[in-house]
Design a protein around this ligand. Structure first.
Ligand code: ZN
Length: 527
């Protein structure tokens, strides 16, 4: 430390010995030199009109590349991977220069007007900024000025280039940060980014991903505002890729899972523990999926696949879920659907909201949830996994599949007098579950259609019906996938942080990534 500091200290002492006049003179010279360098850089930048590499630069690239390749040729053990690395490494600096000049040319060509009100900016100045780009750090000069109409400083070139205020990431780096952090924890993302040729710090990745999540949320809020007017609703419904050629059923599945978040008391863990309180908090993430039944098919291995489907995910409560789900349903053909089928488990909150948002939808209880409730009674009466429990439950499971819910309720009611008081109470809860959901338990037709398809005797109508899901497995598996990312051991999120990430992940899954990153022409079916 002393070694490093010595020259500076000496210099300081030397300066202290100078007269005030000499000191002033020296400071003025320093400022002049710096100013001259800045002015030269600014003048050079202002003169750039296109992205280009001059002949000496191109020649330097070629020489460097050939030298790198020559070394690889001397090493028989090095493979194509080494060649790929060498070529990419040699191209890095020329590409960075090219990107910097092309961006500078675009900045220079951008009129110095307010992007919101087109007003000419006053008090114009020239300022540089640095940017983290796909090819490394860039320095850009751009004109800025005061918009008298909006009463704010505007940087038109930043707007034209897709750069945010006080955030150094280029649009590609913004996108990659969002994608990597959505798919993996930041510390892994840093290493993966490195292999992709991007030198991004954990801090930048995390901050940028969060900023992108907030952008995604703002975009979502904008699309939800489209539900407010009749004209917008009509336009949204009209935005469907192509009108349906034949009648279809729109399926909506709903489910929820828990997320662990740090609350406002984060950082006071010790104090909370001493008070005997748990510092962590659990919150519900509500999820839904929307798809057309004619987009659901089977793989050769009999696995159900859905070729096009929409997702929604939020931890901002049930109203937020329903608004998002409604919008997604409209975009997926709610207006044209011959029938709407909502499948969920027995939670009362779901059905109340479904009734409210989708009053004409047919409601269906997830078959496997119904089964679980019967198994719970069986285990309670005869012990978990006993042959008696299996023997007792089998005919009831069959009755559920035959749409004979009233027979199930009658069998359960008959049991009651033979039980202890506490068992009676538990049984009563299950009876009420079946009573409340009886009208949502219609499985017989689909069961018959599936059997007919297997036997090769199915009618055209039955072939269609056989695809109709009996349970909400599609959304349950989606929930599981989200959980894998969001519920990793030790992974804590803040409310704001996880909603932002949920929003990004959902945007990606819905194939609307390009809405946030127009440069990412994105059409691959991701589900
Ligand atoms: Zn303005």
């Amino acid at each position: 430390m002393t070694l490093i500091n010595t020259p500076t200290r000496q210099a300081r002492r030397a300066r202290a010995r100078q007269t005030p006049a000499a000191q002033n003179q020296r400071l003025t010279e320093e400022i002049m030199t710096q100013g001259a360098a800045q002015a030269a850089a600014a003048a050079q930048a202002a003169a750039v009109t296109k992205g280009y590499l001059n002949d000496p630069e191109l020649q330097a690239w070629r020489t460097d590349l050939e030298a790198r390749l020559a070394i690889i040729h001397q090493h028989p053990e090095q493979n194509l991977g080494h060649l790929e690395e060498a070529i990419a490494a040699a191209a890095q600096e020329p590409l960075r220069l090219l990107a910097q000049r092309a961006a500078q040319a675009k900045a220079n060509a951008t009129p110095c007007q307010c992007h919101q009100c087109q007003e000419e900016l006053t008090d114009q100045k020239y300022l540089s900024r640095s940017i983290d780009s796909r090819f490394g750090p860039l320095v850009l000069w751009r004109r800025y000025g005061w918009c008298p109409q909006c009463e704010t400083w505007r940087f038109p070139a930043d707007h034209a280039l897709g750069l945010a205020k006080k955030a150094p990431a280029s649009p590609y780096v913004q996108e990659l940060s969002a994608l990597l952090v959505t798919k993996m924890p930041p510390e892994q993302a840093v290493a993966v980014a490195q292999r992709l040729g991007l030198d991004l710090s954990r801090c930048l990745l995390h901050r940028e991903a969060h900023r992108q999540g907030l952008r995604a949320q703002a975009w979502r809020a904008q699309t939800l505002a489209q539900l407010d007017t009749w004209e917008d609703l009509q336009q949204l419904a009209g935005d469907l890729e192509r009108p349906p050629t034949q009648p279809f059923t729109l399926v909506i599945e709903i489910d929820a899972w828990n997320i662990r978040e740090r609350g406002e008391d984060w950082g006071q863990t010790q104090a909370l523990r001493q008070q005997g309180k748990k510092p962590e908090r659990w919150h519900w993430v509500y999820m839904g999926t929307v798809f057309r039944l004619d987009h659901r098919g089977q793989t050769a291995g009999q696995r159900a696949v859905i070729t096009q489907r929409g997702y929604v995910a939020t931890r901002l409560g049930l109203d937020a879920l329903m608004a998002q789900l409604y919008r997604e349903a409209i975009q997926r053909g709610l207006g044209q659907a011959q029938q709407v089928l909502v499948i969920a488990d027995g939670a009362v909150w779901i059905w109340n909201l479904v009734q409210d948002r989708f009053p004409y939808a047919r409601q269906q209880l997830d078959l496997w949830h119904a089964d679980e409730h019967l198994w719970a009674v069986a285990h309670d009466l005869y012990g978990r996994g006993t042959p008696e429990a299996c023997a007792w439950v089998a005919p009831l499971l069959q009755q559920v599949r035959d749409d004979q819910t009233s027979a199930v309720i009658a069998s359960l009611t008959e049991l009651k007098p033979r039980l202890l008081e506490t068992q009676q109470k538990q049984l009563q809860t299950q009876i009420e579950y079946f009573e409340h959901n009886a009208h949502r338990m219609k499985y017989k037709e689909v069961m018959a259609a599936r059997k007919a398809v297997e036997a090769g005797t199915a009618t055209a109508e039955q072939i269609k019906l056989a695809h109709q899901p009996l349970g909400s497995g599609a959304i349950e598996s989606t929930c599981h996938q989200y959980q894998c990312r969001f519920k990793r051991t030790g992974q804590f999120w803040t409310t704001a942080g996880d909603e932002a990430l949920l929003c990004l992940e959902t945007l990606w899954r819905n194939g609307r990534w390009h809405e946030l990153y127009p440069h990412a022409k994105f059409s691959a079916a991701l589900n």
